[in-house]
Design a binder for this molecule. Structure first.
Ligand SMILES: Nc1nc2c(ncn2[C@@H]2O[C@H](COP(=O)(O)OP(=O)(O)OP(=O)(O)O)[C@@H](O)[C@H]2O)c(=O)[nH]1
Ligand SMILES: [Mg+2]
Length: 249
């Protein structure tokens, strides 16, 4: 049934106690049990969220990873692995304030490497460096700086699921990473304010420049069906005020 859902799916994975359920609650505004004990979460839990620009997505909280999994948990873990394999985006939640952070991360990566990716899908993993509120003053700047550099490539982002710090940037990066709509370039006449507003309302405008002639060059991510609607709505007689890019406006 999950596969019929037309929304992108996001799986929260990570070492046990990394803060997955706390982050899940923060992102979804729900109330999943988060406890300072091993394996507080024994099954997967899913909720729909709205990302910036109103795009819906499904977030799944999962069972924590650990080096030697107790065998009672292998079944829940198997369901988790299946779920993770199908996800459009994997959020690898790390307790960045833990002394074991690196070793835990290696363990999680080793498990992720064993999960097959369905055909035609590319695996995308975003590291969420959680618990930055617990970082000592002397390391905080360096850790945040490193996360900031990695975040430009959509590789890592620093947050505190507890205080909410960094959650908005995380939501923005998630939205950008699961946005598979093709990028289209359009040139709008100065009179096409309405078309421009339509593009903002129905797509994700990633670039916009006005040239010397007053024409607006827009780069926008649009679902193919939305592009079709745009073409129909804004290309009527006497209204051909937009076109594909050419050297001159
Ligand atoms: N200070 C601080 N504590 C956090 C943060 N995120 C989570 N915690 C705490 O870390 C503990 C574990 O959090 P959970 O959200 O249950 O962790 P989990 O990854 O879901 O754990 P499992 O379900 O057992 O795998 C709880 O005591 C949380 O309150 C954070 O950003 N800062
Ligand atoms: Mg949990």
């Amino acid at each position: 049934q999950r596969q019929k859902v037309p929304f992108p799916t996001i799986a929260l994975v990570g070492y046990t106690n990394a803060g997955k359920s706390t982050l899940f609650n923060r992102l979804t505004g729900s109330d999943v049990v988060a406890k300072d004990l091993l394996f507080a979460t024994l099954d997967t839990t899913q909720r729909t969220i709205r990302l910036p620009q109103g795009r819906p997505a499904i977030v799944a909280d999962t069972v924590g990873f650990i080096s030697d999994l107790p065998h009672e948990l292998v079944e829940s873990f198997r369901a988790t692995l299946e779920e993770v394999g199908e996800a459009d985006l994997i959020l690898h939640v790390r307790d960045i304030a833990s002394a074991d952070s690196e070793a835990q991360s290696k363990d999680v990566e080793a498990v992720l490497d064993q999960i097959p990716t369905p055909e035609g899908k590319t695996r995308r993993v975003l590291e969420v460096w959680n618990k930055i509120d617990l970082l000592a003053e002397d390391v905080r700047g360096a850790v945040l700086g490193q996360a900031e550099r990695l975040s430009r490539d959509g590789k890592a982002v620093a947050v505190s699921a507890w205080t909410g710090e960094g959650i908005e940037p995380l939501r923005e990066i998630i939205a950008a990473l699961i946005d598979d709509d093709p990028e289209t370039e359009l040139v709008l006449d100065p009179s096409q304010g309405e078309a421009l507003a339509w593009l903002y309302a129905n797509g994700r405008v990633t670039g916009r420049q006005t040239d010397d002639a007053g024409c607006t060059h827009v780069t926008v991510r649009l679902h193919p069906a939305a592009l079709g609607r745009f073409e129909r709505q804004f290309s009527g007689a006497g209204q051909a005020g937009w076109r594909r890019p050419e050297p001159l406006c």
